[in-house]
Design a binder for this molecule. Structure first.
Ligand code: ACO
Ligand code: ZN
Length: 461
């Protein structure tokens, strides 16, 4: 890109992204008025009348006219045959007022279509300052459609400003209202609002937002709480897509095929990246399966976490990425999902291992899981029985290398005469048994019951 282009891009970016909570970023604008027409001041480009080639007075007049129109229409439509409770509206005859209104809209659209090429020719040249103004829209659609678009823009700008004010008040934006490291810092999903840990490659226009709104069921991401609320009223999803392959009590696991549910899987990866530092899978989801663990209540199956797994892993990895949603961390779900991943490996008749590198939290959780597995195995083994790493591996599906590294960490392994010897240290086993008995009941219940799995490996399906 040439230098002018790059400068323009940077300025445009700075304007849409930098938010001074008192002053509109458009040069020459004194922050008077609001695109919505019913506020005295604005402070974002989205709500700036001048940016939209309007004046504060025009916005106010538009708002008043729209309000009058809305009232008239409501009154007119109110006279129509009641139809709100009718399931099949197409069977209901429209009232004369409705027919009249429809014709008016059609006419407005036809008039526009007839003169559209002429209209486009008349568009003024906007090379004066393209980053500072919206292109003229007056002739690109019918007056009716343009009005609708303007109303939607105004509503969105109102939502954006009130959200920014709220974040500013709660101290989530810097002093000048900016979002300096260009990453989504806060998300709202389901009943939770949470800080994120890392950046994630959401589309450019979303990365600039201080907060992202996500549907907890279909994982669609949105720009404002108003849009999310509207979406939630329409969204029919109440659980992840794919097959429910495990259910015990309120806990379920859904197997989601990245090929069959591409958008969901991509959205899941984008969401996960907000809490994962090093993984790079976002768009190429087709070679993966996603195992989403949920907890059910009367409103639906709420995601507690997930792990992804390559359909054909050359290195026999049985987990590619694993995440517990932050609101559910440290309650035993991570180890439950790890256990589930090994259960699938056992069904496949394979040993498995998580993809490297592991994050710090990943290593902590795997180390704890492998320790549990090994010490449980040792605690149930007859005193006289031989300890063979291959046997532990075959029974648990944990890869021998992970068993060796865990035994080493426990200082229970000795290398003697070219062979690894396991030292069965009874004090370590006793301490572990004691720790298990003291775990809170809710943790103890967070275990996988292999009899509740309804699943066959893909080669047997
Ligand atoms: N500090 C200290 N110990 C911790 C912490 C922590 N913050 N978090 C978990 N642990 C320990 C727990 O104490 C537990 O050990 P214990 O049973 O011996 O007490 C063990 O780790 C597992 O705890 P869970 O509650 O089962 O795990 P959780 O549900 O919190 O999930 C996970 C663990 C998935 C790693 C979670 O922390 C997470 O999603 N982190 C962000 C994403 C990430 O780093 N994923 C792993 C990347 S590596 C990979 O994908 C292969
Ligand atoms: Zn949804």
């Amino acid at each position: 890109m040439d230098e002018t282009g790059s400068r323009l891009r940077k300025r445009k970016f700075a304007q849409s992204y930098h938010v001074d909570m008192k002053q509109c970023p458009i040069s020459g604008c004194d922050s008077r008025g609001h695109l919505m027409g019913r506020f005295e001041r604005h402070f974002t480009l989205a709500a700036c009348p001048i940016y939209h080639n309007l004046t504060p007075e025009r916005c106010k007049a538009n708002h008043e006219a729209n309000e009058r129109l809305r009232k008239d229409q409501a009154a007119e439509l109110g006279k129509a045959t009641p139809h709100h409770n009718t399931r099949n509206q197409s069977e209901v005859e429209p009232s004369p007022n409705q027919v009249k209104y429809r014709k008016k809209v059609q006419k407005s659209r036809e008039n526009h279509a007839a003169g559209s090429s002429e209209n486009r020719k008349n568009l003024p040249d906007r090379e004066d300052d393209p980053g500072m103004r919206e292109p003229f829209l007056n002739h690109i659609a019918s007056q009716y459609d343009l009005n609708l678009f303007r109303q939607a823009q105004a509503l969105a700008s109102e939502g954006l400003e009130s959200e920014l004010e709220r974040l500013h008040e709660s101290g989530l934006l810097a002093q000048d209202g900016s979002n300096p490291d260009r990453r989504i810092k806060v998300i709202e999903i389901g009943r939770y609002e949470m800080d994120t840990w890392y950046s994630s490659p959401y589309p450019e226009e979303y990365v600039q937002l201080p907060k992202l709104f996500i549907c907890e069921f279909c994982l669609k991401f949105m720009k404002s709480s108003t849009i999310l609320r509207r979406h939630m009223a329409k969204c029919v999803w109440r659980h992840p897509p794919g097959d429910e392959i495990y259910r015990k009590g309120t806990i379920s696991v859904f197997e989601v095929d990245g090929k069959k549910n591409k958008i969901y899987s991509q959205n899941l990866c984008l969401l996960a990246k907000l809490f994962l530092d090093h993984k790079t899978l976002y768009y190429d989801v087709e070679p993966f399966l996603f195992y989403v663990m949920t907890e059910a209540d009367l409103t639906g199956c709420h995601m507690v976490g997930y792990f992804s797994k390559e359909k054909n892993s050359f290195l026999n990895y049985n987990v590619s990425c694993i995440l517990t949603m932050p609101q559910h961390m440290r309650k035993g779900f991570g180890k439950m999902m790890i256990d589930f991943s090994y259960l699938l490996s056992r069904k496949e008749g394979k040993t498995g291992s998580p993809e490297r590198p592991l994050s710090d939290l990943g290593l902590l959780s795997y180390r704890s899981y492998w320790t549990d597995i090994i010490l449980r195995y040792l605690s149930t083994l007859a005193a006289s029985a031989d300890l063979v790493i291959r046997d532990i591996s075959q029974e648990t599906a944990v890869h021998p290398a992970d068993i060796v590294s865990t035994l080493q960490a426990l200082q229970m392994l000795k290398y003697w005469k070219g062979k690894h010897i396991i030292l069965k240290k009874q004090d370590i086993i006793d301490t572990w048994v004691q720790k298990q008995s003291k775990r809170p009941a809710e943790f103890a219940s967070r275990s996988i019951d292999p009899t509740c799995l309804k699943w066959l490996p893909s080669r047997q399906k």
